[in-house]
Structure formats: C-alpha cells, structure tokens
Design a protein. Structure first.
Length: 197
C-alpha cells in the first residue's frame, strides 16, 4: 500500500497538520486554482467544484499519484463566505456570524490519472456568541482571519467566539478526517505510522 504516493493539493497549514497528525505520509503540491463562485452556485456545489478542480489540476501533472484536495465554504443567513479579501471584508463576515448559527461545508476530492475518483461534502454547524465591535476589530487586527473561510479559525483565537459545534471540529478546520481517511483507504492509502490522536 505504501508504494502509492499521496499528494495533498493544498497550501493550507491546517490541512497539512490534520493529515500529518493522522499518520499519513504525503507530499504537498499547490493547485493554484482561482476560487471563483459561479452565479447561483450554493455553498455545497461551490465547495465540491473547487475540491474537484484542485484535485484534477494536480492529478494531470502527477498521474501516478493519488491526489487529495479540499475546499471549505461558510454559509450564514443565505450568504456564502469564502476567504475575506481584506480587513474590511473580514469585519463584515464576523458581524454576519455574530450571534448566529452557520454551516461549514468542507468538500474533498480524490483524483488519479487526471480523473476524479471520489468526492463528497461534509457539513458542520457552528453557533457564535454575540461579538462586540471591539472584539471583531481586535481579532481582525491580528491578521488571523484573512486566510480562512468565514474569517475565523476554530483552532486559533476564533475558538473563543464559538458557543456550540454540531459535527466534526476538524471539518470546520478544513479536513473531515474520518471521511477522508476512509476514502483514502479505498484507494490504497493508509496511515504509515501511529497518528497523534
């Protein structure tokens, strides 16, 4: 099983950490796909399409490898929240999330030989407490929200905003490990050492 190379098509430090902690050996090759939502595309379809496109873009370059890609989208009150373009967008997203429950969709795709072999979305629901304007400004000033869907990280200072999580926390971080590991096993990839959790 270990003769098959796994590539993680992501620059996300959270996905790298989660997959590494699970004991899986992999290399990283960034997909460099532009994350642009199509008109009328819902959060699930957008996340799935992005995951598939990322996986395919790397798979055509490395056809003998198994390629894993993922994409995370936040949806709140009918708004789709990707990564904020700047601090003002991050503040606006956090105002939207404040005091509300939102859905986090992380879709992942597995590709080989230039074709998607498997893909699926996983959803979690996250409830924020009410945030003051000062809290939002202070958090945005750290720079932490700028590379994260929905402008927060559940594994960082943003965890203090959360009242409840329904579903897997690792899914909110950007990689639903249970589902991903099961899928990788179906394609001949298994952990090569004991994971950290």
């Amino acid at each position: 099983m270990s003769s098959i190379k796994l590539i993680l098509a992501s620059a996300s430090p959270r996905r790298k950490m989660l997959l590494g902690a699970a004991g899986v050996s992999f290399e990283i090759v960034e997909s460099r796909i532009d994350e642009v939502r199509d008109d009328g595309e819902n959060a699930t379809d957008f996340a799935l399409r992005m995951a598939r496109e990322k996986a395919l873009s790397v798979s055509v370059r490395f056809p003998d490898a198994i390629v894993l890609a993922a994409d995370t989208i936040v949806e709140c009150a009918g708004q789709i929240l990707g990564k904020p373009a700047d601090a003002a967008a991050a503040r606006a997203m956090l105002r939207t999330l404040s005091g509300n429950t939102h859905t986090v969709v992380t879709a992942f795709a597995i590709a080989r030989a230039g074709a998607v072999a498997e893909s699926m979305p996983v959803m979690s629901r996250v409830t924020f407490r009410a945030l003051s304007p000062e809290e939002i400004a202070a958090y945005v000033a750290t720079g932490e929200p700028l590379d994260k869907a929905g402008a927060y990280g559940i594994q960082d200072a943003g965890a203090g905003f959360i009242l409840q999580v329904e579903g897997a926390r690792d899914n909110v971080m950007g990689l639903p490990l249970s589902e991903v590991l099961a899928a990788l096993r179906r394609h001949g990839i298994a952990p090569t050492r004991e994971g950290l959790s």
